[in-house]
Design a protein around this ligand. Structure first.
Ligand SMILES: Cc1ncc(C[n+]2csc(CCOP(=O)(O)OP(=O)(O)O)c2C)c(N)n1
Ligand SMILES: [Mg+2]
Length: 629
């Protein structure tokens, strides 16, 4: 190719042509990085990116219903593909753009790559203020797109067409970086999108971004091996990094050789099969008694690919051994150093390999191992007990989770994000492969579920995708049912209606606040009734099943557990997105297991229950620790 040759095209055409030619490679497997572009057109992108997409149908365009939802779908796509592939998202200016801000935060907090291309106001300014423009009295160099800055890992505004020559490579560096990845936002002024420039043709040649497996410092690995050999009660905490690094096979080898047990975070669940005898299941505030008991007395925590959220550490109360110390295997130095750990800054797979060779001959003490195996078995029996509850008249969430787990194909993906479901699923879901449990719990964003289900199904069309969603989340965002039907991606949506917020209701009661503002009922005398009102309330005339049907879904309404089981059988063979609607009990809960989550209670209050809750909170608060090595 003549390196000097140029081609005149619009900035938008240059962006799409470039994206189409970006590939990634890891372990010899090469993939196109972008699976296409989601979008909703308006005056801010229709004549720019919209025109380019129309002209280049080989870069697939997907028409979404809501900009936030399309970013969630792209996030879920990237999660399902272990960050090796994603989609771009194009929006108009103004509300179309700001609708993506929540999606950007979801991506960045979960460290999942998405490329956002919001339209922006005219760079040439003479026609300002344009429709939907936020005006400022002190500068013309601002637009609503500046809102993306804190929620993006890379942010840029393209005010001249040639700027993409330096910006797009930076965007790719960040998106494919296992450390820095998240939302990349390129604000594209609507006039500049349509301006032509003579771009060097070399810019558009196929480019393959190698995804490195960085290795940790040798001294640190040797120290870590020595720490492991010296420990009596080591525990691995497996986070999302194990799965994204595709290190689950290495983790199992490590566990089999050393006998060190594993607890799993929300993002890390599925790192080790649920039935491995050294699997302790979920770790932390939404954890199992098995993981939480072992964590409490562990003298060494080996965190792999975890950022130690408060749910994982039970707000720093999970680890009570007076001399507990940490080894953190993480691609990100930032996470590797948390809790003043021995930092193994590197890829999980590469690091586990190195560490394992240094642990030749090491095994945990037989007494410890047998204690772990007993806890594993006791936990399994607890799951069995909860799966077998048959609550009446309304079924319990635990038994419904059991039915979905047992009646779904073992290769399926279950998607969830917010409400009381994540805590129950973290404990109860029996993960049979690393993609079985798809939980967005970095941002726990209500509304992610159905949109995320679409992204997961697009990324894994051969797998069944089950979306588990509460009525609150369903009401917040059900729009992508329509997109799933338009694109023929069948979702199996399990809609659990408990007339409001079961999760925040229970939290509210635990704080002495009677579930105030968490029930979907009419106000009485201008006040929304709480839980002490019991059944003495006027319910709202809402029909969510009819709502789903109106969007084109095939809907099965259930009343009993038996109906639910029959519905799960029936949706296996339906042709399009199907919704199983069932009401469940607001009060029948899966218990917590010897853990805690810090939500600060009012220090002074006129309500006695709040004062009691405050006393309990103070006792738990006193158990929070600093880990100082
Ligand atoms: C966008 C967003 N807003 C608010 C919250 C806080 N929040 C967490 S769970 C929840 C209620 C969810 O209700 P529903 O989906 O019906 O699930 P349930 O709690 O009933 O299981 C709320 C409001 C959130 N996580 N996300
Ligand atoms: Mg609900």
């Amino acid at each position: 190719m003549d390196k000097q040759a140029t081609k005149r095209m619009t900035m938008a055409q240059a962006v799409i042509t470039f994206l189409k030619n970006q590939y990634v490679e890891r372990d010899g497997v090469e993939l196109p990085f972008f699976a296409g572009c989601f979008g909703i057109f308006g005056h801010g992108n229709v004549a720019g990116i919209g025109q380019a997409l129309q002209q280049m149908p080989e870069f697939r365009y997907y028409q979404a219903r809501n900009e936030q939802a399309m970013v969630h779908a792209a996030v879920a796509y990237a999660k399902t593909r272990n960050r090796m592939q994603t989609l771009a998202c194009t929006s108009s200016i103004g509300p179309g753009a700001t609708n993506m801000v929540t999606g950007a935060a979801t991506a960045t907090i979960n460290r999942l790559p998405v490329l956002l291309l919001p339209g922006d106001i005219f760079a040439r300014r003479n026609v300002a203020p344009v429709l939907q423009q936020l005006e400022s009295e002190h500068t013309q160099d601002i637009s609503v797109n500046d809102c993306f800055k804190p929620v993006s890992r890379y942010w840029d505004r393209i005010t001249r067409p040639e700027q993409v020559l330096t910006t797009l490579p930076e965007a790719m560096r960040v998106l494919t970086s296992q450390v820095e990845t998240g939302a990349v936002t390129l604000a594209l002024p609507q006039d500049v999108q349509a301006e032509a420039y003579a771009y060097p043709e070399a810019f558009f040649q196929k480019r393959v971004w190698h995804i490195a497996r960085n290795r940790p410092d040798r001294y640190a690995v040797e120290q870590a091996a020595a720490w492991i050999r010296a420990s009596q009660r080591p525990l691995i905490i497996a986070g999302g990094g194990v799965i994204y690094s595709e290190a689950t096979g290495d983790l199992q080898r490590f566990v089999d050789q050393t006998g060190i047990p594993v607890g799993e975070t929300m993002a890390g669940k599925g790192s080790l099969r649920f039935d491995h005898p050294l699997s302790l299941g979920a770790m932390g505030a939404t954890g199992t008694f098995a993981a939480n008991r072992v964590a409490k007395d562990a003298d060494l925590i080996i965190g792999i690919g975890t950022r130690y959220s408060d749910f994982t550490t039970a707000s720093k109360t999970a680890f009570q051994h007076p001399e507990v110390r940490f080894i953190n295997i993480n691609v990100a130095e930032f996470d590797a150093f948390k809790h003043l750990a021995m930092p193994l800054v590197g890829d999980a797979k590469a690091t586990l390999e190195e560490l394992l060779t240094l642990l030749d001959g090491y095994r945990v003490d037989a007494g410890y191992r047998s204690q772990v195996e007993q806890l594993h078995a006791a936990w399994d029996a607890e799951v069995e007990r909860i799966y077998a509850i048959r609550n009446a008249p309304l079924p319990s969430q635990g038994e419904l989770i059991g039915a979905v787990n047992e009646l779904s194909d073992p290769d399926a993906i279950m998607v969830c994000a917010a409400g009381s479901l994540p805590g129950d699923l973290h404990k109860l879901w029996r993960a049979r492969h690393p993609k079985n449990y798809h939980m967005e719990y970095g941002y726990s964003c209500m509304g992610y579920e159905i949109a995320g289900g679409l992204g997961a199904k697009m990324a894994a069309p051969d797998r069944d995708v089950y979306v588990m969603v509460g009525d609150g989340s369903y009401l917040m965002m059900n729009s992508e049912i329509v997109t799933s039907i338009q694109e023929n991606y069948k979702l199996m949506i399990v809609l659990l209606d408990n007339h409001g917020f079961k999760s925040i209701g229970a939290l509210s009661r635990s704080l002495g606040q009677d579930g105030f503002g968490t029930r979907y009922v009419y106000a009485r005398d201008g006040i929304l009734p709480g839980d002490t009102a019991g059944a003495d309330v006027q319910v709202l005339p809402i029909d969510l099943a009819a709502n789903a049907r109106s969007l084109g879904a095939y809907v099965i309404e259930c009343e009993t557990y038996t109906d639910f089981v029959a519905a799960l059988e029936a949706v296996r063979t339906t042709e399009r997105t199907s919704v199983i609607y069932i009401q469940n009990d607001r009060y029948q809960s899966v218990p917590g297991y010897e853990s805690w989550w810090d939500v600060q209670v009012a220090e002074v209050s006129t309500i006695p229950q709040v004062q009691t809750a405050r006393t309990e909170w103070e006792a738990m608060r006193a158990q929070e620790r600093y880990f100082l090595g």
